[in-house]
Design a protein around this ligand. Sequence first.
Ligand code: DGL
Length: 313
Amino acid sequence: MTGIPDTSLSSENNRLTDKRASHASDVAALPIGVFDSGIGGLTVLKMLRDAFPAESFLYFGDLGRSPYGSKAADTVRRYAVQITDFLLKKGVKMIVIACNTASAVAGDNVRNRAYPVPVIEVVECGAKMALQMIPEELRDFARIGVLGTDTTVKSDVYVNRIYELARESGFKQPDIRQQACPLFVPLVEEGWWKGEVSEKVAEHYLGAMKSFDPHVVILGCTHFPLLADPISRALPEGTALTDCAPAVVGEVRSILNEYGWSAADNIAADELNHAETVFYCSDTGDTFRRQAERFLDMSIEFVHHVDLETCED
Ligand code: DGL
């Protein structure tokens, strides 16, 4: 990536096309758009907010239409493109698809729709993180577990990407075992992040994964890091867990630096405390707000309700 991308083809509503916002410093003031089917993407948002305190964020949780993981790929594609249009209309400098299911089946659609606004998807990030975590001496014998939604697992997107990355790095094809864990999603949305029920569901799903004895397990759904404790206990002691969030932070950082879009570098010091996170939800927002406040450890005054099909608020 070099220089500021040609913005002439972006949505006419996006401020990236606006002459007044054509300088890097104007683009820098725009927020970063982040979306997921519900609260799972908050695991990514949290790390982004911690890493970039000067940046503003727009978060869209499609709670009215979740879960995505049991829906047809075409349906998830339609939802992802609608949310992309909504974020572009609001004006964002970058989009993070903080949902593995949407990344798996709609990554290219979102990229094409948002162009030239950069799009980061989480599957690539999760696959890279997993390979980085394999110790040098195990690189030719790696066993990697992938936990995801039904749609993500069926798409084989992790398997294919890990094979490609392994080939590019010159080590043998890792042994990969996938497991769909759809019930983890409603457990997380309900706030049952610990306790007997979560432990039992984790044990139920992860019996075969335990026997596989993986070196690293990818939490291939952004909801799953919230269940890291029960998941860890259901796997052999010491199994490494990884998720996409640290790699997403790295991708966002390199775009901000290469395009000169970092708010911290462009906005006067006394303006920096104006960074804010605005939340949008396709459901009434009460449950979302409760869980988001708990997870992000912040008070959220308002969650804007957005109409599902028209994406109007
Ligand atoms: N958090 C999402 C993911 O990463 C989707 C969960 C769902 O809605 O099924 O796949």
